[in-house]
Design a protein around this ligand. Structure first.
Ligand code: CA2
Length: 147
């Protein structure tokens, strides 16, 4: 089983800026945690980050026939991107939306996710553990898709 983790804009800054909001864990640290958890399920991980909306759209499209599940932290694009939403609904690969923070407990503009309606579900508010939980969610979603 292959899980594609995609990370949106500014997540490359994790652990280096605004530690009071996003903690001190870097994206590399999170990737290591994800790989450790995925190894327990013998799942393959592809883990990427981009600040460019179109690059994320291209990666979603290219996942056809390569990834079984996509786990997406679209960061700020969560709240703005019709292009990402259309890409997710266009490819037919089950996608799980994740966030480090609880977007529903933050500013009003973060309460709306344009991608949520085309995702299988959402995991938000558990910091780096949102990513670890997403590995398990991906296994469940993949099993459900095959049965
Ligand atoms: O909680 C999340 O995972 C978010 O997707 C993070 C996004 C934010 O726009 C979403 O509303 C919720 C922000 C990612 C930017 O991360 C930074 C990390 C360090 C310094 C500055 C930004």
């Amino acid at each position: 089983m292959k899980i594609l983790f995609l990370n949106g804009p500014n997540l490359n800054l994790l652990g280096q800026r605004e530690p009071e909001v996003y903690g001190r864990t870097t994206l590399k640290d999170i990737e290591a945690k994800v790989r450790e958890r995925a190894a327990q399920f013998k799942a393959d991980i592809d883990f990427r980050q981009s600040n460019v909306e179109g690059e994320l759209v291209n990666w979603i499209q290219d996942a056809r026939g390569k990834a079984d599940v996509i786990v997406l932290n679209a960061a700020a694009y969560t709240h703005t991107s019709v292009a990402l939403r259309d890409a997710i609904s266009g490819i037919g690969i089950p996608t799980i939306e994740i966030h480090l923070s609880n977007i529903h407990a933050r500013e009003e503009f973060r309460h709306t996710s344009l991608i949520a309606p085309v995702c299988k579900g959402q995991i938000a508010g558990f910091g780096a553990n949102s990513y670890v939980l997403a590995v398990e969610a991906a296994i469940i979603v993949n099993g459900a898709a095959k049965s």
